[in-house]
Design a protein around this ligand. Structure first.
Ligand code: AMP
Length: 113
C-alpha cells in the first residue's frame, strides 16, 4: 500500500528499530512506548486489520508464535506480558496496517481505557 507507514517500515523505506524479522513478519519498537518493553509485531503483507485476513491464512497464529519468541528473548515469559490488537475506530486503531502490540516490564491494568 503506497501511503502505509508500516508497509514502508516493512519495505525498509523508512527507519525503525527492528528487533526481529522473518519472511512474513517484522517486530520493531513502538515510537511512543507505553511500557518498558513495547514492540509492534506486523505482517509484511498489508491487511488493514484483523477483519481483512482471509479464513485459512495463518498469519495471526504466526504473529503469536513470534510474540512468544520475543517474550522468551526478553526474559518475560514467566513474569508475564500483554498482547493487544486494536481494530477500527472504536477499537482505538490509529495505523491501518494490521499490528499487535507486545507490552511487558510493568504491571498491566484491567480494564484498558
Ligand atoms: P494503534 O493505535 O493500535 O493503531 O497503534 C499504532 C502504534 O503505532 C502506536 O502505538 C504508535 O506509537 C505506533 N507508531 C506509529 N508510527 C510509528 C513508527 N513510524 N514507528 C514505530 N511506531 C509507530
Amino acid at each position: 500500500m503506497a501511503d502505509c507507514i508500516f508497509c514502508k517500515i516493512a519495505n525498509k523505506e523508512i527507519p525503525a528499530q527492528i528487533l526481529y524479522e522473518d519472511d512474513k513478519t517484522m517486530v520493531f519498537k513502538d515510537l511512543e512506548p507505553k511500557a518498558p518493553i513495547h514492540y509492534l509485531i506486523i505482517p509484511k503483507q498489508h491487511f488493514d486489520n484483523v477483519t481483512n485476513v482471509p479464513a485459512g491464512n495463518d498469519i495471526i497464529s504466526h504473529i503469536f508464535t513470534v510474540a512468544i519468541k520475543m517474550a522468551v528473548k526478553e526474559g518475560v515469559s514467566d513474569e508475564g506480558f500483554r498482547i493487544v490488537n486494536n481494530t477500527g475506530a472504536l477499537g482505538g486503531q490509529s495505523v491501518n496496517h494490521l499490528h499487535f502490540h507486545f507490552l511487558a516490564g510493568r504491571q498491566m491494568k484491567w480494564p484498558p481505557g
